[in-house]
Write a protein that binds this ligand. Structure first.
Ligand code: EPZ
Length: 435
């Protein structure tokens, strides 16, 4: 069901909300359950998101049973499962590619349609495939699908040309049963990677990961049932903090891990925002108009690309000119034209955005092109002095649990409206699949 969000802006947000479990930790931990045989994986603090339910459907299509209620999930995996992933689900969610490594490790084969590109870039999986090949997989592309087979993966030394989050996760899971030791170098170091490491260890995998970008996996024969807990969603947390900054409000987010959001906290302090950080909560307070800052998105612990649209919105209202360089994805600036429709002054120069601060946003009809761009537009609507309609809310539901409810709790005037009922007015059309 497609929907839009009506936002009557101009109200400083005020209140406290609890962070959801991290979407980008939940998806790989769910995929890791594929490594189990006649066992089960219990996962707590699972966010109720479109992408999580898509991954659950994908696991069910392979033969697992998944129960999910009240943020608690249980995945029971039988002795035999399918190794072919349904193309409709892979097309719906790129993160489906995370089942490739565990399927190959457990079944010795996997068939998976190539996940397409999306609005933020072509999103290839060449690093995943290159690493699996090094471990002894034979990879063929047949009618746009990856056909992978192996007589048994062998531990190898693999240097990642780019610290890819997905490639790190896929190769780590592929190595769990490999013969001998696999050493992954130049890996991603996002907190979500270590959530997966802990989950795999709790299942009996032998993994060393000290946060230096080197991960060592010694192959074991089998895993066992286990429980895992998902870390707080650092991107969701920062999205609401930036909404507090942009509306001049006072917003507290609880159940967080402060050092996961150090890069944003440092940037907000540099911009002159007033913050208070305690052991598991953080609050932004109203204060002077923030000042312009510049930043470059980088792999963790650098400034996260998943926060780039949202901080851009806040910097549109800053005093002075800011520059944001997007170094992780090829084209993650589709939200710029939508923000400019709302009175922002943003100029794209190659992979940088030059943002000249303005006094305020004006409401408009705008379109979400991916979940983080959508979140950025919601923040702009909350800060605008009049009414904004954000279309294609489906993107946002993929990564933000109960956003309408959380914003209402913070005093925002928002309403989600289904666009199915209107005569075909699903909002301004925008090409391209979700990513
Ligand atoms: C994960 O995507 C996240 N998704 C993304 O979050 C996040 O933006 C991204 O990491 C970067 O932090 C999940 O964890 C489910 P990458 P992933 O592999 O793994 C290139 C969100 O909003 N690359 O680290 O796909 C790639 O094209 C989403 O929650 C290759 O060239 O990201 C990109 O430019 C959006 N070849 C860069 O590396 C490969 O084989 C980073 O990609 C793999 C990646």
């Amino acid at each position: 069901m497609e929907s839009k969000m009506k936002i009557i802006g101009g109200v400083p947000l005020r209140g406290s909300i609890e962070a959801q479990g991290a979407k980008n930790a939940t998806l790989p931990v769910m995929a890791a359950a594929i490594l189990l045989k006649d066992q089960k994986l219990s996962i707590s603090r699972v966010p109720d998101l479109l992408d999580v339910n898509t991954m659950a459907d994908l696991l069910r299509s392979l033969g697992a049973s998944v129960t999910f209620s009240g943020h608690e999930m249980e995945i029971s995996v039988p002795g035999e499962i399918s190794w072919e992933t349904p193309s409709d689900l892979v097309r719906k969610m790129r993160a489906s590619s995370l089942v490739l490594g565990p399927l190959l490790a457990r079944c010795g084969r996997a068939v998976m349609p190539l996940p397409g590109g999306c609005s933020i870039g072509s999103r290839p999986i060449d690093l995943h495939l290159k690493g699996l090949t090094r471990m002894g997989a034979t990879i063929e592309l047949v009618h746009g699908a990856v056909h992978a087979t192996t007589k048994g993966l062998v531990g190898s030394r693999i240097y990642l040309d780019f610290p890819s989050v997905g490639a790190t996760e896929n190769l780590m899971m592929a190595a769990v049963f490999a013969r001998g030791e696999t050493v992954l170098e130049n890996t991603a170091r996002e907190p979500e990677i270590f959530n997966l490491v802990e989950a795999l260890r709790s299942m009996g995998a032998s993994i060393e990961a000290d946060g230096t970008g080197v991960i060592r996996i010694s192959g074991v024969d089998t895993l066992h049932s286990a429980s895992s807990r998902i870390i707080p969603d650092r991107i969701e947390i920062c999205t609401y903090l930036l909404a507090g900054v942009a509306t001049g409000g006072e917003v507290t987010v609880t159940d967080i891990i402060p050092n996961h959001i150090d890069s944003l906290l440092a940037k907000l302090e540099e911009a002159g925002a007033t913050l208070k950080v305690e052991d598991s909560r953080v609050t932004v307070y109203p204060g002077e108009r923030i000042k312009s800052v510049s930043l470059k998105t980088l792999p963790y612990p650098g400034f996260p690309t998943d926060l780039q649209p949202q901080i851009m919105t806040a910097l549109c209202l800053a005093e002075g000119t800011s520059v944001i360089q997007e170094s992780v994805f090829q084209s993650r600036f589709l939200h710029v034209s939508e923000l400019n429709k709302m009175g922002a002054k943003i100029d794209i120069q190659s992979n940088s955005a030059v943002i000249t601060g303005v006094e305020r946003f004006t409401g408009a009809d705008v379109v979400a092109t991916d979940l983080r761009a959508g979140a950025a537009l919601v923040i702009a609507g909350l800060a605008a002095g009049d009414t904004t309609m954000v279309y294609h809310l489906g993107h946002i539901c993929r990564g933000y649990e109960a956003m309408e409810e959380k914003l209402l709790r913070l005093g925002a005037r928002v309403q989600v409206i289904s666009t199915e009922k209107e005569d075909g007015k699903g909002g301004p059309s925008f090409p391209g699949p979700s990513c």
